[in-house]
Design a protein around this ligand. Structure first.
Ligand SMILES: NC(=O)c1ccc[n+]([C@@H]2O[C@H](COP(=O)([O-])OP(=O)(O)OC[C@H]3O[C@@H](n4cnc5c(N)ncnc54)[C@H](OP(=O)(O)O)[C@@H]3O)[C@@H](O)[C@H]2O)c1
Length: 341
């Protein structure tokens, strides 16, 4: 049975809710999507899906999120009867067929995976043959603050960026016209690797420890290469740190012109003035200060011949679910900050 829309109070009147399904809600990213949508004043969470946890209540698996729906197996026809939009939080490769099934049934989709972030050549160079290449032309890269806001508005398919690229790009974007080369050093919390524990992310391995990984090339660097001007040299080194949620991107950038500290600060203020989720701050930011929020805190200074930029985000919020809801708000014509303040 198609579910009827709830009527919600808004702006002194009543408006129909936008019904949203979260696909992959048992994973870390999908669970936060479900939690945000559940409390969103203009959205109605109508379904949450899971694979191994199908049949289980979401709030039994994640009491902290207080989502009282039972997770169900993915069925695109059933979801299409009950939702106008979907957020898909599967690993890359598994996401594309689910996104295709939902798009074929007319739902707007925000995908959290890498499947629709890159052009086909880059995707197939870093990942594998694409499972739904016919959808790539309609997919929009979902980082509003770096010039994609107008494309996201009204788009039917938005690819939420990776957590590492979100922080790195927010740090490098204001410098883009001057940028020659940057070393991007990422420190990321263990939830960035998803729910399943591995040899690297098991508590005993990750606690009291810091290590670099994928030093020979991390596929997230493809998003930087795609979104920054041609010819910018990028060295990208992620490190796993023993925190649950949180990500700090430190970029050491060389610019073509000798920018002063005031000039670099001016570029950041110009780029992010009026941005609801970005704070340009006077001290190096702490991941703890953005935990559980969709905010990014950005700091810039000049040291020797380098520009030093630090950006802190929560990988599951501005790096994943929060950003995906920000994108969904734009796609549905809602205020960008709705449900995320
Ligand atoms: N974690 C982050 O900080 C972060 C940030 C940005 C983007 N992302 C992206 O967001 C997506 C979800 O990440 P996550 O951290 O939430 O991952 P996760 O915790 O591992 O959750 C993934 C979910 O997808 C399900 N799944 C796995 N393979 C599947 C398949 N073949 N078919 C159907 N369902 C499948 C899993 O189900 P089971 O529980 O049954 O295995 C799990 O519930 C990924 O593409 C990731 O790259 C994550």
């Amino acid at each position: 049975m198609p579910s009827r829309r709830r009527w919600l109070r808004s702006g002194g009147g009543c408006v129909p809710s936008q019904r949203v399904a979260v696909v992959g809600a048992a994973g870390f990213g999908g669970a936060v999507c479900a939690a945000i949508v559940q409390r969103h004043p203009a959205l109605e969470l109508t379904a949450v899906t899971a694979r191994s946890d199908a049949g289980r209540r979401h709030d039994e698996l994640y009491p902290i999120h207080r989502v009282g729906l039972t997770m169900e197996a993915f069925d695109a026809d059933s979801l299409a009867e009950r939702a106008d939009a979907a957020m898909v939080a599967y690993p890359h490769r598994a996401a594309a067929p689910a996104v295709r099934a939902l798009r074929e049934r007319g739902l707007k989709v925000v995908d959290l995976s890498a499947d629709f972030r890159l052009d086909r050549e880059r995707y197939e160079r870093w990942y594998q043959p694409h499972e739904a290449p016919e959808l790539l032309p309609e997919a929009v890269y979902g980082l509003p603050e770096i010039g994609h806001r107008e494309e996201i508005r009204g788009a039917n398919l938005v690819a939420a960026p990776g957590c590492n690229p979100t922080a790195a790009l927010l740090g490098l974007w204001p410098l883009r016209e001057h940028l020659r080369d940057a070393v991007v050093d990422i420190k990321t919390g263990v939830s960035g690797a998803g729910r399943e524990a591995t040899d690297q992310t098991h508590y005993v391995s990750a606690a009291d420890n810091v290590n670099a990984y994928k030093t020979e090339g991390h596929r997230h660097s493809a998003e930087l290469e795609q979104e920054l001007p041609d010819g910018v040299g990028i060295t990208f080194v992620p490190h796993l740190i023993p925190v649950d949620q949180g990500l700090l991107a430190t970029s050491y950038a060389i610019t073509a012109s000798d920018l002063t500290k005031d000039e670099t600060l001016g570029l950041f203020h110009d780029a992010y003035e009026g941005e609801p989720f970005i704070d340009v701050v006077a001290e190096p930011p702490r991941t703890a200060d953005v935990r559980g929020t969709n905010r990014a805190r950005a700091y810039v200074t000049v040291t020797g011949d380098r520009v030093l930029v630090e950006v802190a985000i929560d990988n599951l919020w501005k790096g994943a679910a929060g950003q995906a809801v920000q994108d969904l708000n734009l796609m549905l014509g809602l205020p960008e900050t709705e449900g995320l303040a």
